[in-house]
Design a protein around this ligand. Sequence first.
Ligand code: ZN
Length: 291
Amino acid sequence: MELLERLERGEIVICDGAMGTLLQERGLPLGVAPEEWNLSHPEVVAQIHREYLEAGAEIVETNTFGGNRLKLSLSNLEGRIEEINREAVRIAREAVGDKAYVALSVGPTGKLLQPWGDLSFEEALKAYKEQMGYAFKESPDFAILETFSDLQEIRAAVLAAQEVGIFSICTMTFETSGRTIMGVSPEQELEELSKLGVRLMGTNCGTGPDDMLKIVEILAKNRPEGVYLIAQPNAGVPKLVGGKTVFEATPQTMAEYAQKYVELGVNIVGACCGSTPLHIKGIKEHIKNTK
Ligand SMILES: [Zn+2]
């Protein structure tokens, strides 16, 4: 795995930033699944990938965060699941060529697994195998299983990736409390996922860069041998200003925190909700200049 070899050599790799909030900014109406735009507005999705590439991202994530059957069915798109996932990988690949890795974004099912909810582990596994199986036909470089709160659910996604044959990077979302909404700690994430053979894991979303620093410190301190770390904070805490959601962290702030993560030992830095190519550009330049 070329990415792992680069991390082993001590290279820092920059990931991209938000897709969903950027699509909303560019006209995606509330209530429409972002993944639908892979089919109806592929040029907008491609443009976002290109802007992240130009900003310095070496990993771009496909517009497939909610691309599993369970999530797509909420928008009556389950019949188009194959097209949506395959098209997303094709759009990203065409936009970045071989200048960046294309990572298949895989998010939660949107349902609670047993014993908290109705969804069985097997059903979750099946949904992830289906999504990743379709995407695999277009040869993404790897998958980023992201924004998970439940260890069982991310386990299902990891096992699905392994069965399909896609290398997976995992991120879980911690609240300012230091735990996921399902009560998982960063130490538990490291322990449980490394047991499954996951080599690259960390945290995304949930908090701005300052609150994420505490999570990163715990991850860095407890990282098992041979495990590499990734961190992707939101661009601050969203605030409602004049009826619009605004993320207030500047590219400079995001860049300074990204540098702190790197100093703690994080190997891949990117950003999540509310971030734009300007944030990624800030991170890229700051890290390059302070190395
Ligand atoms: Zn996010």
